[in-house]
Design a protein. Structure first.
Length: 141
């Protein structure tokens, strides 16, 4: 499960832009073999008075926090590739906003601490996970 939490100051994303970015995120994870419903994107708007960069209120700011649970990087090169595709996914949405401060980071959490609808997700790449992907839903296995 990747969880993308996008903290941002007001007015930076329209509803259509949020949908487009969330769809691109889900598209990517589906393309690498994860069930599409694993990808969760949450937009959290923060007032400028509540969004600080360097101790000062940000006029326009975006901070993306990504939690990876279903899959983990295998080493430094893998982590660099992950950072590069995250950046390439965000750039078209963020660089068109002049003066915006944006950054991201990704954490890799233990899959032993993860459940969906009370079910332990099947092992990565297993027939059961492929069935979840085909059905786009969790089910007992």
């Amino acid at each position: 499960m990747p969880l993308w939490t996008i903290h941002h100051t007001p007015g930076l994303f329209s509803d259509a832009e949020k949908h487009e970015l969330a769809s691109r995120v889900a598209d990517h994870y589906e393309a690498v073999g994860l069930p599409r419903f694993y990808a969760v994107t949450v937009f959290q708007e923060a007032r400028r008075e509540d969004f600080y960069v360097g101790g000062e209120p940000a006029e326009a700011g975006i901070r993306v926090v990504i939690d990876h649970i279903a899959r983990h990087s295998t080493g430094p090169d893998s982590r660099r590739r992950t950072a590069q595709w995250i950046s390439s996914m965000l750039r078209p949405h963020l660089e068109k906003r002049p003066g915006v401060h944006w950054e991201f980071h990704a954490d890799e959490s233990s899959e032993e601490l993860w459940m969906i609808n009370g079910l332990v997700p099947p092992p990565g790449g297993s027939a059961e996970e492929k069935a979840w992907a085909k059905d786009n839903a969790a089910s007992p296995y």
